[in-house]
Design a protein around this ligand. Sequence first.
Ligand SMILES: [Zn+2]
Length: 445
Amino acid sequence: MTEILIQNADTVLTMDDDRRVLHGADVLIRGGEIAAVGPGLQTGGEVVSGRGCVLTPGLVNTHHHLYQNLTRAVPGAQDALLFGWLQRLYPIWARFTPDEMFVSAQLGLAELALSGCTLSSDHLYLYPNGSKLEDTIHAAREIGLRFHPTRGAMSIGESDGGLPPDSLVENESAILDDMIRVVDGFHDASEGSMCRVGLAPCSPFSVSRELMRDAALLARDKGVMLHTHLAENDEDIAYSQEKFGCRPGQYAEELGWTGDDVWHAHCVKLDAQEIDLFSRTRTGVAHCPCSNCRLGSGIAPVRAMRDAGVPVGLGVDGSASNDMATLSAEARQAMLLQRVANGADAMSAYEALEIATRGGADVLGRPDCGRLEPGKRADVAIWDTTGVASSGSWDPAALLLAGPIQVKHLFVEGRQIVRNGEVTTLDLPRLLERHRSLARKLIED
Ligand SMILES: [Zn+2]
């Protein structure tokens, strides 16, 4: 089996159960797995120098809408609140085809890889003009990132009092049929899996109560995970109380949307009772600090969630609401926002890195990822700390306090995806040209 030895790293942040921080240590990769971590390891295989570098587990992105990076910084959506923002963007997204879905997924995954991400979920909830979930799965396969796509859905269009145009919503029985098709066709439950499919109605206000419940039943039947947006802002809470007569947490609980096989994006407005519910049920949260700032949604109570034992991971969210999808910067923002809310000692750089790695892996049901220890998957981010951003740093915490925000090398399942800051698995200049030309076409239409 192929071996790669990452040798003599200045620091290895293992994120193992003891959160060990090793200095002058090596990481031995054998096949897709980590074989050993420690000083003085030997190999007959390839050697990659870790000198001047900090090693972390690959970062994990728990919430994204990859297709949105064709609509960054759209005038009219730059400064709008959530619902107005959606209404500006829906008609543009309605023009997307499988080509837009594939190219934007690849571009988005390349952006994530360069910022240290080895495992990303994606939430694709609109399928215009023949688009399918596998458009994104094929994109992830080519670039080589570990991928957890979710089959999203919207079924309440304008004519039924919903927000999206009717052309972007689907019939609920067709949604369920397609959920079954993509789980049967693409979900791989095995250890070390590179693709796990989840079910993800867009939000409680874009599908019916019945679809929420049926998706939960189907997910349990198939053994896959559930994902949606929840309690994102004040409008969201008001809508839930007016429409369903309860808070989002209660709505989720009633419909089977709590448990360790469920994770909700945002959760900015969870109250103490809802945090307790999530803690008791091990329901996960995808914290998206930049998106929450960008849309003015508020500061998620991550300190309280973590103290209560709620599983929390990080998400960059879609590039129409971030608009940057650099996951390392998201970890920094998570740390800073908790300090704004709760003081300078509210979250250390190490804790934010833990949320970004093993925290996210646990939220996605992947305890085999997010740690650098023998037997775990060989997903490794290597950060060069000899450059301008980190020069003069006294401690590895500089990774978030100072930088860098892009990796030197990145390994996923033992395969090198980034080498010396360049994506190795695809022709990036060609991809950028395709992506730019698709964006130009959307702008001109
Ligand atoms: Zn989102």
